[in-house]
Design a protein around this ligand. Structure first.
Ligand SMILES: O=C(O)CNC(=O)[C@H](CS)NC(=O)CCC(=O)C(=O)O
Length: 276
């Protein structure tokens, strides 16, 4: 199956972001992609909670979800929306950071709410507290596509190897990590973490990413690392999209999962143990 990662530079205006995403999606499909993946928070990046409250909706009214579902149906493709920030019934008014798998009929086939919240102090004044704005998910999700099973995880989730292990033990052959990674931690950890997840799992790792300095009509601008990555089940980097927005088409060959797991049967060799 031919697949494509979209690398986006979204701002805090969902309508403008949808125009950007739609154009790249169309170009990727024209280039032959039957499965397209977009990054974390495809609908909006903002450092301001009040701006998010103003421009974002719940799932039923989200313009990005409606627009992209219609395009998936019109073009007959599978679409993984890396995530949307959507309003929930959370008592504290927090959003969900929710992935959607859309089928070629435009129907929602699976949803996943990001489990691990990026609550960190990287240093030099750079602090993130994702759990202030987002309600974490509590359930790991796999979903079936034609010929393979997808394991869904988002961005910071890639640092928690027991989540990817649970997904591959549930049959996942393709792990997705749509992201909006910080530039500092991206330079330090991005490639190593994603290659490790692919190698220890014998699985494809697909990580569409946000990139660059994100335009903001209000509040401070945020920057992300880019470098959307495809790692094959042996750990080789097949796509590194660099810093510019765009799309990258690649061949998602599931037989490579079987090959990698035959050479290193780590899933079969795994053992239960006592202690420490
Ligand atoms: O804030 C939003 O609107 C959406 N959420 C994100 O962009 C999240 C939390 S700030 N980003 C990450 O998890 C980056 C993780 C990362 O950079 C690392 O693990 O090093």
């Amino acid at each position: 199956m031919k697949a494509a990662l979209l690398q986006l530079n979204v701002g805090d205006d969902p309508a403008a972001n949808l125009v950007q995403t739609s154009a790249l999606l169309g170009a990727a499909v024209d280039a032959g992609a039957q499965f397209v993946l977009s990054p974390e928070v495809t609908n909006c990046i903002s450092t301001r909670r009040d701006r998010q409250q103003e421009v974002l909706q719940d799932e039923a009214s989200d313009i990005t979800l409606a627009g992209l579902r219609a395009q998936a149906a019109a073009r007959g493709i599978w679409l993984l929306i890396g995530s949307l920030a959507v309003k929930t019934d959370d008592a504290d008014g927090r959003f969900a950071n929710r992935q959607f798998l859309i089928g070629p009929d435009g129907d929602i086939r699976a949803r996943y709410d990001k489990i691990h919240m990026f609550d960190v102090q990287i240093g030099e004044g750079e602090t993130y507290r994702e759990s202030a704005g987002y309600r974490p998910g509590t359930r790991a999700v796999v979903a079936d596509m034609p010929g393979f099973r997808l394991g869904m995880a988002t961005c910071y989730d890639m640092r928690f190897g027991h989540l990817s292990r649970a997904l591959v033990q549930a049959g996942a052959q393709v792990l997705v990590y749509p992201s909006a990674f910080s530039p500092v931690t991206g330079a330090a950890h991005w490639h190593s973490l994603l290659r490790a997840r692919a190698i220890e799992s014998g699985a494809w790792v697909l990580a569409p990413a946000q990139t660059g300095t994100h335009p903001a009509t209000s509040g401070s601008q945020r920057s992300t690392y880019g470098h959307s990555l495809v790692v094959d089940p042996w750990g080789d980097v097949v796509v590194d999209a660099g810093a510019e927005p765009g799309f990258s088409v690649f061949d998602l060959d599931i037989s490579k999962v079987t090959d990698a797991r035959r050479r290193i049967p780590a899933l079969e060799n795994a053992r239960e143990f006592d202690g420490p």
